[in-house]
Design a protein around this ligand. Structure first.
Ligand SMILES: [Mg+2]
Length: 177
């Protein structure tokens, strides 16, 4: 089986993911990563903007769960203000099991679920492998270190591949072919 490392969509920030964007793509549920996606590593509780974002998604009838490889305590503390269901800590992304289980709890087909995260080798790979719509967030991290820089260097060929695909699509829609 081919390894699928190119996301369906790349956005700068979580706030670019609006209810209408999800609804336009027939998405009924979202599995969102925590670290460097909803929050920086040192943010233990969600900011007001994240509380608002979560509310806007849930109010539109879309199911939302946090799926994180971090500890249970980290996820529980962050979720205290949000009250989301079916969250999973120590999720072992990119392995399939967690995605399949949460999809079943959400009661949704895989192609109606978006996986949102900042890492190609966990979030995007995991979501792509189970046929979900994958959205990569690229700008949340404010604490840039050598490990992150190395990871991003490894991810870059796949980000470039995404950009080439996007350019092709834009070209096609301009010329109408
Ligand atoms: Mg992350």
């Amino acid at each position: 089986m081919a390894i699928k490392l190119v996301p369906d969509l790349i956005v700068a920030d979580i706030h670019d993911i609006t209810p209408s964007l999800l609804i336009d793509n027939n998405i009924g549920g979202v599995m969102v990563d925590l670290d460097n996606t909803l929050a920086c590593y040192n943010e233990r509780e969600p900011g007001e903007d994240i509380v608002e974002w979560v509310k806007s998604i849930c109010d539109s009838g879309i199911k939302l769960s946090i799926i994180s490889n971090n500890k249970q305590e980290r996820v529980d503390r962050f979720n205290a203000k949000l009250g989301l269901q079916f969250n999973v800590a120590r999720a072992n992304k990119p392995f399939k099991r967690v995605y399949v289980e949460v999809a079943r709890k959400m009661g949704l087909a895989h192609d109606r679920i978006a996986v949102v995260g900042d890492q190609i080798f966990t979030d995007v790979l995991g979501g792509n492998n189970v046929g979900m719509y994958t959205i990569m967030i690229i700008s949340k991290s404010r604490t840039w270190n050598s490990l992150l820089a190395m990871r991003r260097a490894l991810e870059m060929p796949f980000i470039k591949q995404y950009e080439r695909r996007l350019n092709k699509q834009n070209q096609k829609s301009k010329t109408g072919v």
